[in-house]
Each structure stands twice: as C-alpha cells, then as structure tokens.
Design a binder for this molecule. Structure first.
Ligand SMILES: C[S@@+](CC[C@H](N)C(=O)[O-])C[C@H]1O[C@@H](n2cnc3c(N)ncnc32)[C@H](O)[C@@H]1O
Length: 208
C-alpha cells in the first residue's frame, strides 16, 4: 500500500498501550530483524480480532518479543490465557521482561522449544491460533492444530503474501511453502477463510 495511505490508516487507528509503544521502539532501535514484529496497525487488528472472539485459550506459534502475544491478551475471556511458543532464548527473555510489566503477566505462558515438538505436548483445545514462525512449516502447523481448534474457533496465519513474492513464477522455498499453504487452506473443507491483504497478508480461517 502507498506510504501516505499507511500513515493515514495509522493516524485513524486507536492508540496502543504505552508498553506496546515501548516494545516497538526497543525493537526498531535494537533489532536488525524488526520487521518480524507485527506492526502498529496489524497489532491493533489482532487485538480487535481477539476482542471479537473473546478466546479462553490462544496458541501463538512465534513469540519473538511478545508484541502480538500482548495484543491477543487484550481480548481474552475471564480466566483466559495465551500460550506462546518460540525457539530463541534471547528474544524470549526480552518478551518475558515486557510481559512482566503488564496486567497480563499471569495470563501469558511461554514455552521455549521447537513448535513442532511442543504443540503435541499441549493438552489444551484452542479458540484462536496464530501461526507466525518458520514459513516452510506453515502447513505442518495447520495439520498439528486443526483438530485441536474448537468448532467455531479461528486460525490466523501471518505473512501469507510474503512481500508479494507469492505472485512470482520462480518461488524460493519459503515463498513456495506459503503459496502451497494458501492453496491447502482454500481446499480444506474444515475451514472457511479470508486472505486479508493487511501488511504482509493475514490468512484468517474459521473452523466449521
Ligand atoms: C515473525 S517472528 C514472531 C513475531 C511475533 N508473533 C509478533 O508479531 O510480534 C517469528 C518467531 O518464530 C520463531 N521461530 C522460528 N522457528 C521456530 C520454531 N521451529 N519453533 C518455534 N519458534 C520458531 C523465531 O525465533 C521468531 O522469534
């Protein structure tokens, strides 16, 4: 989207909390891979989805600095929790330190490890799953969670447009994996889906 329109959308979107502002600032100033963090408008979209769904259990695959986990926490039902998974210890420490500053510190559970190994060990059923870790595994993540999402629940996958590279004839591994994932979701009769062209593309799936 044109830069001026992005700025306009930011200007006319309700503000985030001071902790989320601080977290984004920390990320942009100190992390080379700051584009991994959901940006301001996308963060508000995720918080808005969560407030609409009112999930009891959110599973997030890909914590990074905890930004999106905190956005999902805003919409939790009473007694609800966000379970967030990541493989990187250093960023996980930073995520925990930011979450500890918030009212959600007892509602966000961190797991460190490879998501493919951790997901099968979780006993919960999920109301909302956010897939936002290694792209070649998106289809595996979908397969691992689909039977664990309650009927009527949602799965959201980030980066499904992959900076527009899904349109290229020659696709690298991640691009091909994301394109295959998009085709798989569309063909799966267990979900209905909308690909929202927000930021890098959000695939939103509703389990039937
Ligand atoms: C795009 S970032 C997540 C951003 C975060 N959801 C947000 O919006 O603020 C992706 C994260 O996935 C993690 N990751 C990559 N491969 C993983 C794996 N196999 N299992 C768990 N986490 C993984 C990375 O360490 C990284 O922190």
């Amino acid at each position: 989207m044109n830069e001026d329109l992005i700025k306009y959308a930011e200007q006319f979107t309700s503000d985030e909390s001071p902790v989320l502002q601080e977290l984004r600032r920390e990320c942009y100033e100190h992390y080379a891979d700051s584009s991994m963090l959901s940006g301001f408008v996308q963060g508000r979209v995720l918080a808005m989805f969560s407030k609409m769904i009112r999930p009891k259990v959110v599973l997030e695959i890909g914590t990074y600095l905890g930004y999106s986990a905190l956005c999902f926490a805003e919409g939790l039902a009473d007694g609800g929790k966000v379970i967030t998974l990541d493989i990187q210890e250093d960023t996980n420490k930073v995520a925990r330190s930011f979450v500890d500053k918030t009212q959600y510190k007892d509602k966000i559970q961190f797991h460190l490890g490879n998501a493919v190994d951790v997901i099968p060990t979780l006993p919960e059923t999920f109301d909302l799953v956010f897939i936002d870790a290694d792209k070649p595994n998106y289809s595996n993540y979908f397969d691992l969670v689909i039977d664990r999402v309650r009927p009527g629940g949602f799965i959201i996958a980030d980066n499904v447009l992959w900076s527009g590279k899904v349109l290229l004839d020659e696709k690298d591994e991640s691009t091909q994996a994301l394109h295959d994932f998009n085709q798989k979701v569309l063909a799966d009769s267990r979900v209905s889906n909308v690909l929202f062209p927000i930021r890098d593309g959000l695939m939103v799936m509703n389990k039937l």
